[in-house]
Design a protein around this ligand. Structure first.
Ligand code: PLP
Length: 369
């Protein structure tokens, strides 16, 4: 049986979500005024209510999009003079903003946490300007959690606005606590048991106003033109209503890391010294290539990842580990295991057993031909 241990890449569609989506596929166009249209509109607004409750925003402040990438791109079109972004942000932020040269990256420490001194200095450097800051609530590769409350206080003190990519915290930890103080938060349905290709931009205050990327219709209060993905949105709403934290898997993750340290005492756990998502471990064992480990795990029936899904396949070490100052050779060995609510001790034991075989093989002396 396969063990899916790559929940930070995507989480399996929940059965209740699938059932709700299948029903919603037959609905009409929410903009039509006839009965079929009104039924579709009601389904979309029910979903909006569920996502709004999940994100702690008013319903009218949820804008549905084609995913977090679109929502982040939308949130990060120039509405201020300067954009400050964490160095370990997802590429949807680093490559998706429209600020060009008016964007500064904020340094992170060795655990990937934004240096508050660097933020304070950047805010002071740009005093008098309108500033937008984008920092994720937790990192997709390492699970490192950012101190969003403290960051928000500094940003607001300088008159700026804080946009928070909350994709990885949603469905894993308490979302309100993880995003406290943020002016906009961004979510993705497929990280919480919903469908791929749906996300939301949730506006919490008037400090940050997004600029529409898609124009040509009045859908989503003019923020996002185009007929809504009704089934996708319905699925997102259902997933939001079903969302729970993953606090219960923390003990399993910690036990796995203990076993890993016994197997390979020289293992390095990235972000291991800072608060992390309870389901995530990203590690490297010197001399063990990540691609080899991922392939061996796959053959053994385990889905894991090397760095983020978006960059896997590339031999280049991830920008996240590079920003943390990790040696590129070690970073090339980074393996990420991200557990879900159904993950078991048997799953993580299979990972250890597979790594054990690889390490034995690596240690075996080569016989000269
Ligand atoms: N932000 C983070 C932290 C992510 O992990 C991801 C997905 O991998 C995204 C943004 C992009 O989300 P989507 O797949 O909905 O575009």
């Amino acid at each position: 049986m396969r063990a899916f241990l790559d929940h930070n890449a995507t989480s399996p569609l929940l059965p209740a979500v699938r059932a709700a989506m299948i029903e919603a596929l037959a609905l009409g166009n929410p903009s039509s005024i006839h009965r079929e249209g009104r039924m579709a509109r009601a389904a979309v607004e029910d979903a909006r209510r569920a996502v709004a409750a999940f994100a702690s925003v008013d319903m009218e402040n949820v804008v549905f999009t084609s995913g977090a990438t679109e929502a982040l791109n939308m949130a990060l079109q120039p509405t201020a003079d300067i954009l400050l972004v964490g160095a370990t942000e997802h590429l949807a932020v680093l490559d998706g903003h429209g600020y060009g040269a008016s964007c500064d990256r904020l340094a992170v420490d060795a655990d990937g946490v934004v240096c508050l001194e660097a933020l304070t200095a950047a805010l002071a450097r740009h005093a008098g300007k309108r500033i937008v800051v984008a920092v994720q609530s937790a990192n997709n590769e390492t699970g490192a959690v950012q101190p969003i409350g403290e960051i928000a206080a500094l940003v607001h003190g300088a008159g700026g606005a804080l946009i928070c990519d909350a994709v990885q915290s949603a469905g894993k930890v308490d979302l309100d606590a993880a995003t406290a103080g943020a002016d906009i938060i961004v979510l993705s349905a497929h990280k919480i048991g919903g469908p791929k290709g749906v996300g939301a931009l949730c506006i919490r205050t008037e400090r940050a106003v997004p600029t529409p990327l898609l124009r040509g219709g009045r859908q989503e209060r003019g923020f996002r033109a185009g007929t809504e993905d009704v089934a996708g949105i319905v699925g997102f709403g259902r997933a939001a209503a079903e969302a729970r934290t993953l606090d219960a898997v923390e003990a399993l993750r910690d036990a796995f890391e203990g076993a890993l340290r016994r197997l390979a005492p020289d293992v390095v756990v990235f972000g291991g010294e800072t608060p992390r998502l309870p389901n995530t471990t990203c590690f490297a064992i010197p001399r063990l290539e990540a691609q080899l480990a991922i392939m061996a795990l796959d053959v053994a029936g385990i889905a894991a990842s090397s760095g983020s899904a978006c960059t896997s396949g590339k031999v280049k070490p991830s920008h996240v580990l590079a920003a943390m100052g990790i040696d590129p050779t070690l970073a090339r060995g980074a393996v990420r295991i991200s557990l879900g609510r159904d993950s078991t001790a048997a799953d993580t034991a299979r990972v250890i057993a597979t790594l054990n075989v690889l390490l034995q093989r690596a240690r075996r002396p080569r016989i000269a031909a």
